[in-house]
Each structure stands twice: as structure tokens, then as C-alpha cells.
Write a protein that binds this ligand. Structure first.
Ligand code: NI
Length: 162
């Protein structure tokens, strides 16, 4: 496993549409392991493959620090409600902004064994699913921010970035 370099806003790779994963290979498994390690090292709650420069439809999410989800070719199939709150992104370091998202999301995806599964989430998990899936289509949360982006203090360990 290895920590990969996180691409930042302004890097073209973050604006591209990612390709579906058609088979699990040792190389893709290694990418997923590296994405998890990179996310944890950066204290993030989610990371999408384009954030490490790979245009594949893969995201990792862990809102609690002990319950990682790997979603391959994910699709949102149901949403309800609404939540408005602060959001950050590892590709937009030191910033945060207010974004409105659904409060409930159901997604379908493939796991690391390319087996389909469903993931339902509310609140932070619902927000993370929406945020990470946007990355796969080349979108950053800053496009959806209501009001200004604000500076986030780096010594706030509690800050969560996706
Ligand atoms: Ni992000």
C-alpha cells in the first residue's frame, strides 16, 4: 500500500468524467487499498479515484473511521429530504462551504469482488455519497456552494473533508 498524491482544484483530472470498471485486476485492487490509506492519512471521510489522478468510477467512504465502504460504478437510485451544511474536500484544502444535499440517499454499486450491493445513508453518509459520486463526473462541491468559501483552521482535528 502507498499514500498517493491528492490532486487539487485547478488540476484538469478533477473535471473529467470517469470510466466504468469492467473487471477487478491486481492493479485496481492496489488502487483501492491506496485510496483507503490516502483517505485515512488525510483525515478524510471519502475519496474518489480522480482525486489521485485515476479516471475510474471508484470511491471510498468512511464516516466513522472504522467502517469503510468501497463503491465501484456507483449510482444513486433514491434520494429524499434535504440537509444544508458545511462541506469540504481534500482537493480543496483549507476551505469549506455550505451545500444543500439530500438527507437520505440509496446507492447501488459493486464491491471489491464486483458483487452488487446497496448502500443507504442519512446525514453525513448521504452527503459523502453525493459528494464523492459528483467527483466521478468531474464536479466539485464548490460549484454548488451557497455563499462564500470560508477558510478552515488546520488545527481543528475534527474537520472532515471529502
Ligand atoms: Ni471531494
Amino acid at each position: 500500500m502507498a499514500i498517493r498524491n491528492i490532486r487539487e482544484m485547478g488540476d484538469d483530472v478533477l473535471t473529467k468524467k470517469c470510466k466504468e470498471v469492467t473487471e477487478m485486476t491486481p492493479r485496481t485492487r492496489e488502487l483501492i487499498e491506496d485510496m483507503l490509506e490516502t483517505m485515512y492519512e488525510a483525515n478524510g471521510v471519502g475519496l474518489a479515484a480522480p482525486q489521485v489522478g485515476i479516471l475510474k468510477r471508484i470511491v471510498v467512504i468512511d464516516c466513522t473511521g472504522e467502517d469503510p465502504y468501497v463503491l465501484i460504478n456507483p449510482r444513486i437510485v433514491e434520494t429524499s429530504g434535504e440537509q444544508t451544511g458545511h462541506e469540504g474536500c481534500l482537493s480543496v484544502p483549507g476551505k469549506s462551504g455550505v451545500v444543500t444535499r439530500p438527507n437520505y440517499v440509496k446507492a447501488v454499486a459493486l464491491d471489491v469482488n464486483m458483487k452488487p450491493f446497496e448502500l443507504e445513508g442519512t446525514e453525513l453518509l448521504a452527503r459523502a455519497i453525493c459528494h464523492e459520486l459528483d467527483h466521478l463526473d468531474g464536479h466539485l462541491y464548490v460549484e454548488k456552494v451557497e455563499g462564500p468559501l470560508v477558510d478552515v483552521s488546520y488545527d481543528d482535528d475534527e474537520e472532515e473533508e471529502e
